[in-house]
Design a protein around this ligand. Structure first.
Ligand SMILES: Nc1nc2c(ncn2[C@@H]2O[C@H](COP(=O)(O)OP(=O)(O)O)[C@@H](O)[C@H]2O)c(=O)[nH]1
Ligand SMILES: [Mg+2]
Length: 306
């Protein structure tokens, strides 16, 4: 129980960085539950997702965000612009910011741009998490660490490995030290702000990301069309995977439906773990031309603010 000498602390902590540095892996590891999907492909996370860590004396709401990337093409897809905007907005109104970088190698232009954005905009304290320390070569430690540390002014830093769990307790201590006294914003057993259907849609999309290549991962989106408790112990879920081209639809279905079946099998098992009982998962694939450019489609998919 919190005592008068140590009041309950709580706060919101934005986790930002360029694509693929391990932001979602880090949030999952800190929360202790997989609340965000992870893949080796950039742009796995498409919208802001909250992961909640509750302890007797502290509650931290981590705000996982899409990767901030340079919108190179003059007309980058609307989806990408919305993703970057959402991530940049997430640094406002938080109590601390964790800037995640790939600490195994030198920073890139994208890291530099994010550092500049933080120097200009961030009012909350910044911690740089140099992730992937398991891949850092001993001879690079000093040079690479100094280069990352210089990315943002007045920032503290910590080398971590999200996949191996190294130094996460130290990073957590640094975060907690920066949180104000505050209440429990969420019930202590709640680990995310996402609904079960939203989690299910992400788990299906994760399998698409892991099992397909090239443009298919970027062109795929998932919508839950039906969610019905048929019995107390059986949930019937119908979901559609949207893609942009007929050729992508063919890849997703696979020879005699083999690909779709594999996606469904793994996703169903993961959804069952969240739901707590068996699930019947029906998957469909449909083509939506250029949905990433269409404001209405992005709204229907919950990928832009209403
Ligand atoms: N070796 C190593 N790989 C990591 C680490 N953290 C994340 N990854 C991998 O980096 C990839 C991108 O991770 P993800 O969390 O989706 O990155 P995000 O785009 O920043 O959210 C995945 O393949 C992860 O398994 C780490 O500490 N070490
Ligand atoms: Mg992510």
């Amino acid at each position: 129980m919190p005592t008068n000498s140590s009041p309950h602390k709580s706060g919101f902590v934005a986790v930002i960085g360029k694509p693929n540095v391990g932001k979602s892996t880090l949030v999952n590891a800190l929360v202790g539950t997989k609340i965000a999907i992870v893949s080796p492909k950039p742009q796995t996370t498409r919208r802001v997702i909250r992961g909640i860590l509750s302890r007797a004396d502290t509650q931290i709401i981590f705000v996982d965000t899409p990767g901030i990337h340079l919108l190179a093409r003059a007309r980058a897809p609307l989806l990408n612009r919305a993703m970057v905007q959402a991530a940049e907005n997430a640094v406002n109104d938080v109590d601390a910011i964790v800037f995640v970088t790939d600490g195994a190698r030198a920073p890139t232009d994208e890291d530099v741009r994010i550092g500049e954005m933080l120097n200009a905009q961030a009012r909350a304290p910044v911690l740089i998490a140099l992730n992937k320390m398991d891949l850092l070569k001993p001879e690079d430690v000093q040079r690479v660490t100094e280069a990352h540390w210089a990315l943002a002014s007045h920032a503290d830093w910590m080398r971590v490995s999200a996949t191996r769990g190294e130094n996460l307790d130290k990073l957590l201590d640094q975060i907690i030290a920066r949180l104000p006294a505050g209440p429990e914003y969420f019930p202590a057993d709640q680990v995310t702000d996402q609904t079960l259907p939203a989690i299910a849609a992400e788990l299906i999309r994760e399998q698409v990301l892991l099992k397909t290549r090239q443009e298919v991962p970027h062109a795929a989106a998932v919508a839950i069309e039906q969610w019905e408790e048929r019995r107390a112990d059986l949930t019937h879920i119908a979901a559609t995977i949207f893609v942009e081209r007929d050729s992508q639809k063919g890849i997703l279905i696979g020879a005699r439906g083999a690909m779709l079946k594999q996606i469904g099998q793994v996703a169903r098992a993961e959804i069952e773990a969240w739901v707590g009982h068996p699930v019947f998962l029906e998957l469909w694939v449909r083509v939506w031309d250029d949905w990433r450019e269409q404001p209405n489609r992005l709204r229907e998919l919950g990928l832009v603010e209403e």
